[in-house]
Design a binder for this molecule. Structure first.
Ligand code: SF4
Ligand code: SF4
Length: 395
């Protein structure tokens, strides 16, 4: 049996704590996590906290599921850090309010785990990326040995199916998510970006759990699916859920993941546990979307914090050779070719469209594109470093 595409399905009719722990425990054993997780290993639990809302909204990871996972990992001797970044400001005060309202503070207080308070970010290059060649992610990822991804099942008015792999989009800090979304054109662009993230995290991302006890269907209504599903592979897990919801793979991330060699669309998963058909709801409300559907733009994101702080590509017109390579490969059409006063072609970047993917920087044959950090960003990081140093010294 191929463990990679194995998906375990459990029937959970409620968030009653003891059932959650039993389901997680037995699944962890089936996937040999009890052998992979070593005592004192640091595990980042990437929960789903996009907004500051109460647990019964079904928009965020339910505290009972998080508690169950934390307890099982603690029994194995692991140290858990609960982390996510909401859509709004990635600041201490906003994070605190999200932790409180979503029930994560209570989980941390009643079990042996931490809430992430590291507000730093870092950039990594993603040379195999299709939508981006660089990602800016939460620095908390560098504080841990492994990641366990704990997502929700939602159909989103703007983005279509959001499940296990899309949950990792929350690792982009705060408003950067809106900024990146605002500069993409289609659902295909978004899903390719998600695949780039999953690929970038493949060394640390060891397990995926999806809370489908209550899911969100089209029209933003809650539906009981009574399902808790787990897999080593985020795409296998998504393909099982997509099947349950009655969506067509051709219109979802599974088609792109298959084209990029991450999953076999003919045989995307095998199930253990409950029968998949048991969870199917014939009247689960769906959106009529496919991969070419346009993403609605949020104009307010133009003024994002990251717009003025993010490392960005720059092109000096007098150095540019006008070959247009960058303009052709830019995924958001952010680079226009213009004529200077001598009639020479040069490339100009529209930062309102740029997603800082670094493709132009990496592909310019004349190394004319440079990545530059705005002064405001340098000052901010100097302040954060000084603050961290002072706090460490005063302890
Ligand atoms: S301008 Fe460069 S960094 Fe920005 S989106 Fe286009 S290719 Fe990516
Ligand atoms: S690829 Fe480089 S040289 Fe060619 S147009 Fe773009 S910036 Fe200019």
């Amino acid at each position: 049996m191929d463990m990679k595409n194995l998906v375990s399905l459990y029937n959970l009719d409620s968030y009653e704590d003891s059932n959650v722990k039993l389901a997680v425990e037995s699944s962890f054993c089936k996937f040999n996590l009890d052998k992979i997780i070593k005592p004192d290993m640091k595990v980042l639990l990437k929960v789903c906290l996009p907004y500051s809302v109460l647990p019964d909204s079904a928009e965020t990871s339910h505290p009972a599921i998080v508690q169950g996972v934390v307890e099982v990992l603690s029994d194995m001797g692991a140290k858990c850090i609960i982390a996510d970044s909401p859509y709004k400001n990635y600041t201490q005060s906003y994070l605190d309010s999200v932790y409180f309202k979503t029930g994560m503070l209570e989980v941390a207080n009643s079990s042996d785990c931490e809430l992430n308070h590291n507000l730093k970010t870092f950039s990594i290059d993603t040379p195999n990326g299709v939508q981006t060649k660089s990602l800016t992610l939460l620095d908390a990822l560098n504080d841990v040995d492994v990641i366990i991804n704990l997502g929700k099942i939602k159909l989103d008015e703007n983005l279509g199916y959001l499940g296990s792999s899309a949950n990792l989009f929350g690792l982009l800090p705060g408003e950067m998510k809106t900024l990146v979304l605002n500069r993409m054109n289609t659902i295909e662009d978004f899903n390719n970006y998600i695949i780039d993230i999953v690929d970038a995290l493949k060394d640390k991302l060891i397990f995926n759990i999806i809370d489908g006890v209550v899911a969100i269907e089209a029209g933003n209504s809650q539906r009981m699916l009574s399902c808790l599903a787990m897999s080593e592979d985020a795409f296998s897990l998504d393909s099982a859920i997509i099947k349950i919801l009655g969506l067509n793979y051709e219109n979802t991330i599974i088609k792109l993941a298959s084209e990029r060699g991450f999953i076999d669309i003919e045989n995307p998963f095998e199930t253990i546990g409950e029968d998949l058909d048991k969870f199917r709801l014939d009247d689960f409300a769906l959106y009529d979307y496919d991969l070419n559907t346009q993403i609605h733009k949020n104009k307010r994101a133009q003024k994002s914090y990251f717009y003025s702080h993010q490392e960005r590509p720059t092109i000096k017109p007098n150095k540019c050779k006008g070959c247009a390579v960058c303009s052709k490969i830019c995924p958001t059409n952010a680079i226009m070719m213009k004529y200077d006063k001598n009639g020479e072609l040069y490339a100009e970047i529209d930062y309102k469209k740029c997603i800082f993917c670094k493709k132009c920087y990496l592909e310019c044959p004349y190394e004319v594109v440079k990545m530059k950090t705005p002064l405001a960003y340098k000052k901010l990081h100097k302040d954060i470093n000084r603050f961290n140093k002072e706090n460490t010294e005063s302890k």
